[in-house]
Design a binder for this molecule. Sequence first.
Ligand code: XMP
Length: 320
Amino acid sequence: MNKEITASDLNPGQFIDEKVKDIMSAVGDGIAINALSGGVDSSTVTMLGHKALGERLKTVFIDNGLMREGEPEMVKDVFRKLGITAEIVDARVEFLNALRGITDPEEKREAITQAFYRDVFGRIIKESQAKHLLQGTILTDIDETVAGIKRQHNVFEQLGIDPQEAFGYQIIEPLVQLRKDGVRKVGRALGLPTGMFDRIPFPGPALAARIIGEVTQEGLDTVRKATSIVEELLGDTEAFQYMAILHEDRVTGITQGKREFGQQIEVRCWDSVDARTATPTKLSFDILNELARQIISQVPGIVSVTYNIAPKPPSTIEAV
Ligand code: XMP
């Protein structure tokens, strides 16, 4: 059923027509919900869903407090210009509470999954009387989950979980035969602006996938600031994805002439086609220096900045 369609075999127009028909027949004359995060996959699904269902697709942006600087407003604005209203749902406290005290990466992912699908969507779906959730799971998410590499936040059926039983609604996944390069082609054909279909990937668990150890408000503030700097400085590279990661270990540093047992940011920047394998981008030492200079001077508490030079595998793109 999830037979891969490679980017080179993909005919975006034909794919869109087929998926629009599938969505229409699955939803019938009911309504559906979709969660827009502003990532490539969910943005593409939002366009596809609106093409199929129009006003009968209710689009929500869950503000889980784990997003990048200014993201909720930016995404809402981009889609407003495309004629699609995204309602921002404030779930910041709910997610922070769900993550409190958790340090294990898989437990963190599970906590996010439950907060998303059981608590927040469960509530929204009940209130709206929708029976379907439309989401942008892609083949790489499923592969990695099934292979036991990472439990991707949005994979259920392949783990033997029936969303209807677990959460009370059905999930429709129109992009499940594609990888990132294919999704970009479909997003472009659906009229997404370049800034959206060409955007670097951003994971469902968001900045929580970039904090090693417990996710706290302070940790989020720190990694969010560092992320803005990394995205600003590496935005002109051709890299597939780049990010800042906040480490749990502290190291001795010197701040204003005094010893500070400070925090560490790891920068990662990847060359990849479809995220299955990746190699670190050969950044110039000038760029690395500038990354360190800006992160140290603008992010309180950071005394060390490193650059990851290990490929995937054995590394993975995200740190959690
Ligand atoms: P990893 O870290 O597994 O990431 O090498 C591969 C690609 O997937 C993204 N990623 C996720 N996307 N839900 C998603 O929708 C997730 O739970 C998730 N975890 C990782 C990651 O950003 C990279 O592009």
